[in-house]
Design a protein around this ligand. Structure first.
Ligand SMILES: Nc1ncnc2c1ncn2[C@@H]1O[C@H](COP(=O)(O)OP(=O)(O)O)[C@@H](O)[C@H]1O
Ligand SMILES: [Mg+2]
Length: 206
């Protein structure tokens, strides 16, 4: 197995599953946690992630197929999406695909899912389709406040990782989001995002 990413929470390996290239995501033991609590958290996040990956696909979100889950060792084997993380695309493509990302986030919210970790590394472009990954922090939620937290995070990521194109990318994201959730829900969430910002945890950017 080839290690392709060492994360704070999980390690990602490339492996094979029945003759297909696959990804193994394993949640690591955290020694600073009480061992039984640690085992519980890793198990729960593994369950959540595998369920949400599959659940999202039922309403049309491109996600990797889940091939195998081991709860005891807290790993998931899933289809490898051999594309490019949106984070690594050219600036013009990031602007272009921001609309699609907005669309996908709108669809998640409409179906009662808060992703919880909306970064441009968690969207992979493959064959002109944008796949969503990394559902370990996702939650079932229809609360506008939770949806606003999702938007505030992706806005912050665009602002920090893609500062030069932030305005155009964010504008396109909102266009895509609005086209799915509708004008009035969009206005409501935009207001909540502004409220979060005015609390001063983050600098105002647009
Ligand atoms: N199914 C997959 N197909 C292709 N690449 C993947 C897949 N899952 C994860 N990766 C790669 O590994 C990275 C980290 O995986 P991710 O699930 O986002 O974990 P983390 O919680 O560490 O961000 C991703 O940004 C992506 O580059
Ligand atoms: Mg990630």
């Amino acid at each position: 197995m080839k290690l392709i990413k060492k994360g704070a929470e999980a390690d990602i390996y490339q492996t094979m599953w029945q003759n297909s290239k696959a990804i193994l995501k394993i949640r690591k033991v955290k020694n600073y946690r009480n061992p039984s609590l640690d085992a519980k958290i890793r198990k729960q996040r593994t369950i959540k992630e595998s369920q949400m990956i599959s659940n999202a696909r039922t309403f049309g979100i491109p996600t990797p197929l889940v091939y195998f889950v081991n709860l005891k060792k807290s790993y998931i084997i899933m289809q490898e999406i051999p594309g490019t993380p949106v984070h690594d695309l050219s600036e013009s493509k990031i602007i272009k695909f921001s609309k699609e990302i907005g669309n996908l986030v709108g669809k998640l919210h409409q179906n009662g899912i808060m992703h919880g970790d909306l970064t441009t590394s968690n969207f992979i472009l493959f064959k002109n389709l944008v796949y969503v990954i990394d559902f370990g922090l996702s939650q079932n939620s229809i609360k506008p406040e939770d949806h606003a937290v999702d938007l505030r995070l992706i806005k912050e990521i665009l602002n920090s990782a893609h500062a030069k194109i932030m305005k155009n990318a964010w504008k396109n994201f909102l266009l895509g989001y609005k086209s799915v959730v509708g004008d009035s829900y969009h206005t409501k969430i935009a207001k909540l995002v502004a409220e979060i910002e005015s609390r001063g945890r983050y600098a105002e950017v647009v």
